[in-house]
Design a protein around this ligand. Structure first.
Ligand code: PEP
Ligand code: MG
Length: 331
């Protein structure tokens, strides 16, 4: 089994009909970095930076962040690293932060409050420090920047203004910057963002569809609420239609789009995502070999036909059945 996986690592991630499917890794803590190389990931599609802000009583400054990011971008040796700026709030562990460091209000409903890019735009100095650290690390390898919890195009535009201000400041400081600045992308992880994806696409350089939060906000089911866990289902047609709408908005503009929620690492759901037009999947490194194995058995035409059948269905149970049927022969 081990040698089989080692062999698989060297094989390309292509379908039977030669369509390339990029398999990237999600990274939550730097300790997972060796796994990424082992799995044969084509870069990091989602670097969650929350780890940097946890279990400490102060904020990591620009230099500390630069250090941390270099230890990831360096070893990735030229493979792209998609760094998501701080996604604080919602279900994320706010207890870890000393009171007052980040202006977090739990409010009547934390998941609908000051989360992700909303919080960062309220405290632009946090975003500035993070952008500066990321820009400095961008000379070490290709880097992309991802904004969490975007719901309106203006959030991307505002973040870009801050980004450009930081670029000017670094240039004045004489800091070396790459010739091509990192692209600025938006997470599509709320129904609002998905349904306005065509408008957000005009401001963003790429999309990363976060199906974890997209399912939560679409179905009004908290990711962490066990009482309603049976209703949490990325195969609900509402979630799939949003994924489809956002994907098509990006493809129309030839803008890069990926899926980086748990769904992307589920081998049974990969044919459906490919059928909807997705060609880049980002997942836990450990899921990559299995997903690659499945990709190498698929034909894009079959996936597209299968996705059309799925999208005609209204009942998640029926969709589940179709998915099981289609993937039963899967290795
Ligand atoms: C998501 O919401 O799908 C996602 C990838 O981000 P996170 O799980 O970190 O919220
Ligand atoms: Mg999310």
């Amino acid at each position: 089994e081990k040698t089989r996986l080692a062999k698989l690592r060297r094989l390309p991630s292509v379908t039977v009909d030669a369509e390339e499917v990029e398999l990237q890794a999600n990274l939550e803590i730097p300790a997972e970095l060796p796994l990424i190389a082992q799995a044969g990931a084509q870069g990091i599609g989602l670097l969650r930076t929350e780890f940097l802000f946890m279990n400490r009583e102060d904020l990591p400054d620009e230099d500390a962040q630069f250090e941390a990011y270099s230890q990831i971008v360096g070893p990735m040796a030229g493979d792209v690293v998609t760094i998501r700026v701080l996604d604080w709030g919602g279900e994320k562990d706010i207890e870890a932060l000393a009171e007052g460091i980040v202006p977090y209000h739990s409010g009547p409903n934390p998941a609908l409050g000051l989360r992700g890019i909303r919080m960062l735009l309220k405290r632009p100095e946090l975003l500035e420090a993070q952008f500066a650290a990321i820009l400095r690390v961008a000379v070490l390898g290709p880097v992309r920047i991802l904004l969490p919890m975007v719901t309106v195009p203006a959030e991307v535009a505002q973040a870009r203004e801050i980004f450009e201000r930081v670029v000017r400041r670094l240039r004045r400081r004489g800091v070396a910057l790459p010739e091509k600045l990192p692209p600025l992308g938006a997470m599509i992880e709320t129904p609002g963002a998905a349904l306005a994806a065509d408008a957000i696409a005009l401001e963003a350089d790429f999309f990363a569809i976060g199906t974890n939060d997209l399912a939560m906000y679409t179905l009004a089911v908290d990711r962490a609420e066990t009482e309603v866990a049976h209703l949490y289902d990325p195969l609900h047609p509402a979630v799939l239609r949003l994924v489809q709408f956002a994907t098509e908005a990006a493809l129309r503009l030839r803008m890069p789009v990926s899926v980086c929620g748990e769904m992307a690492g589920n081998p049974r759901l990969v044919p459906l995502l490919l059928g909807l037009g997705i060609r880049t999947l980002s997942m836990n490194a450990s899921a990559i070999p299995r997903v690659k194995q499945v990709v190498r058995t698929l034909k894009i035409d079959d996936c597209a036909r299968f996705a059309r059948r799925v999208m005609e269905q209204g009942d998640p149970r029926r969709i589940q059945e179709l998915v099981m049927e289609f993937t039963d022969g899967a290795p």
